[in-house]
Design a protein around this ligand. Structure first.
Ligand SMILES: [Zn+2]
Length: 309
């Protein structure tokens, strides 16, 4: 029997429960024998109610079938008989060696999508302020508070997912420099996020900053370094400034007295986007065969004689 079939059968038998008492039967592949017409056959008994079963597992082409017949009681009809049919695509999805990699890539893509939406929110609210001004614009103020909160929250989620999926993804090669660039740009964002965990919102204001791309002065969200470099409520736990790694870890790259938040968020988002794209390309390069095989074996196939109605 191929290792692949063994893997699918292991999954198929992993959650079979007793027909009589609903207890887990704890079927193990090692307890079954390879059959001639059947894939596997064998006997088992329920450890709770002692019901005895003959197990038969067969390959029907698109699915694997498990049938269990009671052997300790006289069966007149179908009573006492169990049948489980599971499509191979589903079993593949649950057991394929590339599944953690694929799921990791998908989760990362979704986390980036949320970051993207929140970055757009920041951009949009800055545009409103540039067009309408901020004085007396309470709606814009609410939007800024919400947009900053959402971006910080989604940056946290992104990093959580990144560290969870990290062991399943290739992190060497071209990913390495994209990752260190992202980590560098994350410092300020993480610092601001830590600050928001202790204060309801960030002490932002709108300031005219020179846009280096257009050489124009424009209104943008800023935060005074002085206002955030100390978290008074947490200095006992993390002396001297309330930041575990020290506030200079987060803010030493800031030139001047103000943090250009819009700019920092844009740079953070771009480096996250670049990181995900590098991980994608590199994963597809080094795991091409497994990814191809995953796609092929988990895509639903229809046989011609299958009734699709
Ligand atoms: Zn039982």
């Amino acid at each position: 029997m191929s290792a692949e079939v063994g893997r699918l059968v292991r999954k198929l038998i992993s959650n079979v429960t007793c027909y009589d008492c609903d207890s887990e039967l704890n079927l193990k592949l090692e307890d079954l024998d390879e059959g001639s017409d059947l894939l596997y056959e064998g006997n088992c008994s329920c450890s709770d109610c002692d019901a005895k079963y003959a197990i038969e597992i067969m390959d029907t082409g698109y699915a694997l079938d498990l049938d269990a017949y009671r052997t300790d009681i006289e069966i007149q009809s179908d009573i006492g008989q169990m049948g489980i049919t599971t499509r191979k695509e589903k079993l593949q999805k649950q057991t394929h060696p590339a599944r953690n990699l694929i799921e990791g890539l998908n989760e990362l893509k979704n986390a980036l999508l949320i970051l993207d939406q929140n970055q757009t929110q920041i951009h949009d609210v800055c545009e409103i302020v540039r067009e309408e001004g901020i004085i007396g614009n309470s709606v814009a103020h609410q939007k800024v508070i919400a947009a900053l909160h959402n971006y910080m929250a989604s940056s946290y989620t992104f990093e959580e997912i990144l560290s969870t999926v990290d062991p399943n993804l290739p992190t060497d090669g071209p990913v390495e420099s994209a990752k260190s660039d992202f980590e560098e740009r994350s410092r300020v964002i993480i610092g601001l996020r830590i600050y928001t965990q202790h204060h309801l919102s960030l002490p932002y204001s709108f300031t005219r900053f020179k846009n280096e791309d257009t050489d124009q002065w424009e209104m943008t969200i800023t935060i005074a370094l002085e206002d955030v470099k100390m978290i008074d409520s947490d200095t006992d736990r993390h002396p001297p400034d309330g930041y575990m790694k020290g506030s200079s870890h987060h803010y030493s790259g800031i030139e001047g007295e103000k943090i250009n938040v819009e700019n920092r968020i844009n740079a953070h988002y771009t480096s996250a986007q670049n990181l995900v794209s590098e991980i994608y390309d590199y994963a597809n390069e080094v795991h091409e065969d497994e990814i191809e095989d995953y796609k092929k074996s988990t895509t639903y196939k229809y046989s011609e004689d299958e009734n699709l109605n």
